[in-house]
Design a protein around this ligand. Structure first.
Ligand code: ATP
Length: 309
């Protein structure tokens, strides 16, 4: 449905999106997973026609976004990170306003508003002013504004940021319902668990690049059998490299000031051997963590960093 090829976007000297390519298939929930600053919002802004890329192409259902932006935008819904609600209006009034901007009117507008209120679970509160809503309800309404016109695909940029776990679970259920009703979803998040439970396929993004892509099962298989050992302490990158880089069975993934990441083979035994060698090395260590193969360990392996760093 979306075909993104070789997409490049710069802000001055900074390369925010670094020649990425990916496809979003009809009916799927595709997740861009990455930390703050990875380039997710910039990618979404280009795909929604708000920003012009410096190079590359985006096709939606075969239509060239750069050549025919209005035709593509008519098929899309956008749920931005910031909520764009009129607090003194009710949910129904907000939705009627946005639905009207999208060209709906009369009975069609009323039916669309009722449908989307039901989808996001706000029917019972539809007549209340938005300023009386909880943060989670505002997020759900924000999502509803992006789909009120029944788009073929919707772009959702971190729709769960800043809400409590129950509010988040509600949003995720709503996203699933939207996808189940036939809308293709492109979803960004920096929460690994969200990507893992929600998305049919995931692109792992960092520093403007997609480092790995696939289903959760594909990505877990890519994580392989290695356990990831992260060591923190008072040492320089060089010292860590010298003392730990040559330990048999351990692969140095990343070394920086006070932080070194290694991959070790074998369930538990490799890590146990590494720990024993580590204590023998005399490196001043403050903390050690060992992670079994998982999406998180794959991310660490690819970037040398935790998603939450
Ligand atoms: P976040 O979740 O924090 O929004 P992100 O993955 O969406 O992160 P982007 O917002 O796309 O990342 O930012 C990618 C890079 O581009 C960052 O280094 C950011 O500081 C930079 N950037 C984003 N918008 C602008 C802008 N308008 N001008 C200059 N630099 C920008």
């Amino acid at each position: 449905m979306f075909r993104v090829e070789n997409l490049l976007k710069r802000y001055g000297d900074l390369i925010a999106v670094d020649r990425i390519s990916f496809e979003v298939r009809r009916g799927e929930i595709y997740g861009l997973l990455g930390p703050n600053g990875a380039g997710k919002t910039t990618t979404m802004s280009v795909l929604s026609g708000l920003l012009r890329p410096d190079d590359g192409s985006v096709h939606f259902d075969g239509i060239d976004l750069l050549a025919e932006p209005i035709r593509v935008k008519q098929c899309l819904g956008v749920v931005p990170q910031e909520t764009a609600l009129y607090e003194t209006l009710t949910a129904r009034e907000n939705l009627r306003f946005w639905g009207g901007l999208y060209g709906l009117s009369g009975a069609a507008l009323g039916a669309a508003v009722d449908r989307v209120l039901e989808q996001v679970g706000l029917t019972a509160r539809a007549g209340d002013r938005v300023r009386t809503y909880s943060g989670g309800m505002k997020r759900r309404l924000n999502l509803a504004l992006g789909i009120v016109h029944g788009p073929k695909a919707v772009l959702m940029d971190e729709p769960t940021v800043g809400i409590d776990p129950q509010g988040r679970a509600n949003i995720l259920d709503t996203v699933r319902a939207v996808a189940a009703a036939g809308t293709t979803v492109l979803y960004t998040t920096h929460y690994l668990e969200e990507a893992e439970t929600l998305c049919d396929r995931i692109g792992i993004m960092d520093h403007g690049k997609i480092l790995a892509e696939g289903t959760v099962a594909d990505l877990k298989a890519r994580a392989g059998q290695e356990e990831i050992v992260t060591i923190r302490g008072s040492f320089s990158a060089e010292t860590a490299r010298d003392r730990l880089g040559t330990i048999p069975g351990a692969r140095l993934i990343h070394s920086a000031e006070s932080n070194v990441v290694l991959g070790v083979q074998g369930s538990g035994q490799g890590a146990a051997q590494l720990l024993s060698d580590l204590f023998g090395s005399g490196l001043p260590v403050d903390a050690i963590s060992i992670q079994p193969p998982s999406l998180n360990s794959l991310f660490l392996n690819l970037t040398g960093r935790e998603l939450r760093d």
